[in-house]
Ligand binder design. Structure first.
Ligand SMILES: Cc1cc2nc3c(=O)[nH]c(=O)nc-3n(C[C@H](O)[C@H](O)[C@H](O)COP(=O)(O)OP(=O)(O)OC[C@H]3O[C@@H](n4cnc5c(N)ncnc54)[C@H](O)[C@@H]3O)c2cc1C
Length: 457
């Protein structure tokens, strides 16, 4: 029973605020001891951060850093094996580039015979979207690929994580790795409104897209520089277009463009009144953007580019309004986060290459397939998620171990689901079997992935 009076919710028949009755902290001033000690100091022009003890936010089995396609798939897959899972995301929503980056097209999903070869956790997410009005379009119509609604997808992911028993922390930025005396990863350090805190873990899955945690832990990686765009949604349009190479690698249809050569880098001003292609929201398109080549790890460069992109998107809208069918178009949304394609690629036990993909190389430790796209659908081995030289950590998503050419395919959303799910299962097995991720029993990993609905051929 509750009643509402001006000023808040009260327990019925009492003047006890509902928040107190529920054990929530009282509103109003609270006595607080300032716990910020040992700030950085400036001495002789040098800034130093003194050593300090960090509070431990949580101890967990599997710590997944990054809540994008790879991270959410990893966390759910590990949790389903009974692992204690903590998922940490730097923004206030889940989905990574697939939601906050407004990357709404889910491809490639199919092989050359139009059979869907990416299933598992990603397929479950899409099935949930199927049930939501305006959640997803073009489902099961290979070779046309699905397009999702970012808000519906955020909702689905929130629902899946909330019902899973995973411990989530949002608005929490992974800033360092925790290493033990033998150099093995034992967790990560996070910065949030609660300050700088540590999360201890048996296994860390780096699904940050940029390999932030494995880089901090000292794992060798290759830094790569690729085009960085900013995606937007345009409302109130009745036309559509694709601007060829302005977009991903599409060639003018909404099907998977086979064998299209990737072009890397387009000027900021490349959009010429483009309106993009339809989304599940009525009369609303998403406008993919290639963008110039930029160093996604250089804060000055990426900040300047983001502002220029926002400026260019507005100019593009003004041009678009001169086109019949888009006269009253409005900017529904510019993506809250920049469209970073690639930044760091792990030096893994195995570096998967474009030549191997083209040759249809088979791997004993296969954990899934890509769809048919730049090459025929190819196998993905577990060993490209395992660092060559670091223990207790796995990579998933767009920062796994591959050559630059193939990474351009491995970074696509469905394939990030595949590597994410495999990393989550492997992390859970590693804990169950008390072994290092590189020692995981591959037959067991493959069996469990199949049980979880993944396609391994
Ligand atoms: C412009 C553009 C167009 C694209 N077009 C397509 C397309 O049409 N189809 C397709 O399938 N794919 C497309 N992609 C690729 C795809 O969107 C991404 O590669 C994919 O989302 C990568 O998934 P991920 O989980 O590896 O990384 P991300 O989606 O980048 O997710 C990483 C998550 O980690 C979080 N994070 C990062 N660092 C930290 C940290 N230090 N601490 C805590 N959290 C952190 C991020 O906030 C994010 O949520 C496109 C990409 C871009 C940029």
């Amino acid at each position: 029973m509750r009643s509402i009076t001006a000023g808040g919710l009260f327990l019925a028949g009492t003047m006890t605020p509902l928040s107190l009755a529920l054990g929530a902290p009282a509103r109003g001033p609270q006595k607080q001891v300032n716990t910020v000690r040992n700030p950085a100091t400036l001495n002789n022009g040098k800034v130093t951060q003194p050593a300090r003890e960090l509070s431990i936010l949580r101890s967990t089995g599997v710590l997944v850093v990054g809540g994008g396609p790879a991270g959410t798939a990893a966390a759910l897959a590990a949790r389903r094996l009974g692992a204690d899972v903590t998922l940490v995301e730097r923004y206030g929503y889940l989905g990574g580039l697939a939601t906050g980056g407004l990357v709404l097209a889910i491809f490639p999903l199919y092989d050359k015979s139009n059979r869907q070869v990416i299933l598992g956790v990603g397929e479950e997410m899409m099935r949930r979207l199927d049930k939501i009005k305006f959640g997803i379009i073009e489902r099961g119509k290979a070779p046309v690929y699905p397009t999702v609604d970012a808000e519906a997808f955020k909702y689905v992911l929130a629902e899946m994580i909330l019902e899973s028993g995973i411990h989530p922390y949002l608005n929490c930025w992974g800033v360092d790795a925790i290493i033990d005396a033998r150099g093995a990863v034992r967790g990560a350090v996070f910065e949030s409104k609660s300050g700088r805190q540590a999360i201890l873990a048996d296994i860390v899955v780096d699904a940050s897209g940029d390999g932030d945690i494995y880089a901090a832990a000292g794992a060798p990686f290759e830094k790569v520089i690729d085009s960085v765009g900013l995606v937007s949604r345009i409302g109130n349009v009745d036309i559509e277009d694709l601007a060829g190479e302005n977009f991903e690698h599409q060639t003018g249809t909404r099907t998977q463009s086979k064998g299209a050569k990737p072009t890397r880098g387009m000027p900021v001003s490349a959009l010429q009144g483009n309106v993009g292609s339809p989304t599940p929201a009525p009369h609303t398109n998403w406008l993919n953007m290639k963008g110039p080549i930029a160093d996604a790890l250089d804060v000055a460069e990426i900040s300047m580019l983001e502002l220029k992109h926002r400026q260019a998107l507005w100019k593009n809208l003004e041009r678009a309004r001169k086109r019949p069918g888009a006269e009253n178009a409005f900017m529904a949304e510019t993506a809250p986060q920049m469209g970073v394609r690639l930044s760091r690629l792990l030096a893994g036990v195995k570096k998967l290459t474009m030549n191997e993909a083209k040759a249809g190389t088979k791997f004993k430790d296969v954990i899934g397939y890509s769809g048919d796209y730049m090459t025929p659908a190819f196998q993905i081995p577990y060993s490209c998620l395992v660092p060559a030289k670091l223990e207790n950590l796995l990579a998933a998503g767009r920062c796994v171990s591959a050559d630059f050419e193939l990474a351009d395919t491995l970074r696509l959303i469905p394939i990030c689901w595949v590597t994410g799910q495999a990393a989550g299962v492997a992390a859970a097995i590693s804990i169950q079997d008390k072994c290092k991720p590189r020692q995981v029993n591959v037959a067991k990993l493959q069996k469990i992935l199949r049980q979880q609905g993944a396609y391994l051929g």
